[in-house]
Design a protein around this ligand. Structure first.
Ligand SMILES: Cc1cc2nc3c(=O)[nH]c(=O)nc-3n(C[C@H](O)[C@H](O)[C@H](O)COP(=O)(O)O)c2cc1C
Length: 133
């Protein structure tokens, strides 16, 4: 059983990527929760924290939304460096001039409630085969 890291109410995890989703910056709360130092994250694809339980459809929706210059919000289960996991509620924003996102993206994440986590788990089970398989 992998271990859950439950965010604190005051945790606010921020990361910034280039247009391809490579990490340019992560704040202290992000590094603390994910278990990486900033230097381990910079330049890596953001999928470094991807958890295998997350359905592909969620990230497809994320990228489709961002490519349209829109903000994506959603619940994400991520993996920590030591193989544990943590749930976040994320808002991901295109940077730049609105309709174009040449300059990349920023994601800000807070702690989701237990109910929000439960309903996300149920939704994600229905999206891709493979979830909890
Ligand atoms: C600003 C930003 C933040 C992201 N944050 C996460 C994240 O916290 N966890 C995650 O698994 N993917 C995140 N992604 C999506 C990844 O880029 C990637 O699409 C996803 O991990 C799926 O990996 P794959 O495309 O290699 O299958 C983020 C993307 C952007 C642009």
């Amino acid at each position: 059983m992998s271990r859950e890291y439950v965010l604190q109410e005051t945790d606010f995890l921020v990361s910034q990527t280039d247009a391809q989703g490579n990490i340019l910056f992560a704040n202290e709360d992000f590094c603390k929760v994910a278990g990486y130092s900033l230097s381990e994250l910079i330049g890596k694809p953001h999928s470094i924290v991807r958890h295998p339980d997350m359905p592909k459809a969620a990230f497809k929706d994320l990228w489709n939304t961002l490519k349209q210059g829109k903000t994506w919000t959603g619940y994400v289960k991520n993996r920590t460096k030591d193989g544990g996991y943590y749930w976040v509620f994320a808002m991901v924003y295109p940077m730049g001039n609105g309709s174009r996102s040449e300059s990349g993206y920023i994601s800000c994440r807070r702690k989701p409630s237990a109910e929000e986590i439960q309903s996300s788990m149920e939704l994600y089970k229905t999206l891709d085969r493979g979830y909890y398989a």
